[in-house]
Design a protein around this ligand. Structure first.
Ligand code: UD1
Length: 421
């Protein structure tokens, strides 16, 4: 196992390129299963999650080639079963469910387990498939789908859940419905940019989709899809993480190759705090401000503040000489980073799904345990500004979702070492 040793206190300065989006790449790679033709996906970040999705496609029978950010898939013949051994390592593997249903109409996909941020149900994915006329049987840890041609038809459904809409659920239904006869209307659809990116790829494959990027998506089923090429959008969460780093320490950094409109909720909070934020066409610059004010934020579905940025803002709040609050509404238990930050001396009071952070207190490096992807990134951020050495254990969480995070931070002046234990 590897860990990251962060030596705090080195100022950050310079420019960094943001990678392609992990959360776009995963469903887009899965969507290549919808056609027998060749698909070429560009700007796929080099991450263990995307490598894992490439492996899943291969195990399902597709020919896959990958070279420096470009993945070429030809899924001429595919298997209909994605067993537990294949899907258990990555929850997002569930996004093969929609394409397998759309293309084969009969498939078995093992239920991914929960994870540290919550129990992660898939009831809305199943509700959507049932609305399309599929029979679903959940048995022995597997989801068995049978969608005979006669019953597999477009329909109107609502995918809004008690914590908002579902991103991968919307993706799955879109990927099934593009090959279902007739019109499908998804009300309460997730409007995240990654859903829109997937829709744009499906449209290039010949799908008829309107409204992606809003809460109402309309899909007109087609008989078949063809191969296509696509470049995934920039990773707004990686971008937001670097903005936090740039606000926390140093003389100012610029993130490049981003779509600033996808980061509005994040940059709005940063600006309101008083950090100098400069937004360019495809870049954002930020610098620390010792007089920055605290913030009160609540995570919400897009275009609200993303849950995937909550832990990093918790780290940021620790350096703001004021009180901040963070309320989590999407995954109310997603506060595993709080206990670890407290070990570094952070003053955080967690009441239910609200964290109250009194920033500006002196923190000291400590060995900490990464619990999930974004929590781990937050611990690295805290380590960057904290006196002494912070050892972030279980580095594999970070490698799931940040392309060369240590190299990118080092290029900005951070001092960190990746070591094998
Ligand atoms: C995706 C992202 C993840 C992000 C999350 C919320 C990917 C690969 N992952 O995860 O990084 O944190 O969106 O923006 O894109 N829910 C149900 N029933 C369902 C499905 C979800 O109740 O069938 C609930 C979840 O428990 C959660 C909320 O809905 O409370 C949102 O989850 P969802 O949008 O589905 O998350 P993912 O798509 O898995």
């Amino acid at each position: 196992m590897e860990k990251l040793i962060v030596h705090g206190g080195s100022p950050l300065k310079g420019r960094v390129n943001i990678s392609g989006s992990k959360n776009s790449s995963l469903p887009i790679l899965a969507a290549t299963l919808l056609t027998k033709d060749t698909c070429t996906i560009r700007r796929v970040p080099d991450l263990s999650d995307t490598n894992y999705m490439v492996r899943i496609l291969g195990e399902l029978g597709a020919e896959v080639e990958r070279a420096s950010g470009v993945v070429v898939v030809k899924a001429e013949k595919i298997k209909s079963v994605a067993p537990y051994d294949l899907v258990r390592k990555m929850r997002a593997s569930i996004c093969v469910l929609g394409p397998l249903t759309g293309r084969l109409r009969k498939c078995t996909v093992s239920l991914p387990g929960g994870c540290v941020i919550g129990d992660r149900p898939v009831d809305l994915h199943l509700k959507g498939l049932e609305a399309l006329g599929a029979e679903i049987l959940v048995e022995g840890g597997d989801i068995r789908v049978n969608a005979p041609k006669k019953t597999f038809k477009g329909s109107t459904m609502n995918l809004m859940g008690k914590h908002g809409s579902t991103v991968l659920g919307t993706d799955n239904i879109m990927m099934a419905a593009v090959l279902a006869k007739g019109t499908t209307v998804i009300e309460g659809a997730a409007a995240e940019p990654e859903v829109e990116d997937l829709a744009n790829f499906l449209i290039k494959m010949g799908a008829k989709i309107e409204g992606a990027g809003t809460n109402r998506i309309v899909i007109e089923g087609v008989k078949e899809l063809h191969g296509a090429e696509h470049t995934v959008i920039p990773d707004r969460i990686e971008a937001g993480t670097f903005l936090c780093a740039g606000a926390m320490i140093g003389e100012g950094i610029t993130i490049k190759r981003v779509l600033p409109e996808h980061l509005k909720a994040v940059t709005d909070v940063l600006k309101k705090c008083g950090f100098p934020v400069e937004i360019g066409k495809d870049s954002i610059s930020i610098a620390p401000n010792p007089a920055a004010k605290g913030f009160d934020l609540t995570t919400l579905c897009y275009p609200g503040f993303p849950t995937d940025m909550q832990a990093q803002f918790c780290a940021l709040a620790c350096v703001i000489n004021d009180v901040s609050t963070i309320t989590e509404t999407i995954f109310p238990q997603r506060f595993m980073h709080v206990a670890e930050m407290k070990r570094m001396g952070a003053d955080i009071d967690l009441q239910g799904a609200t964290a109250r952070i009194r920033g500006g207190v002196k923190m000291k490096g400590a060995p900490v345990m990464a619990s999930d992807l974004r929590a781990s990134a937050a611990l690295v951020l805290a380590g960057l500004v904290t006196e002494g050495r912070t050892d972030v254990n279980r580095l594999y969480h970070i490698d799931r979702g940040y392309e060369h995070l240590d190299d990118k931070l080092a290029s900005l002046g951070a001092q960190l070492e990746r070591v094998k234990e």
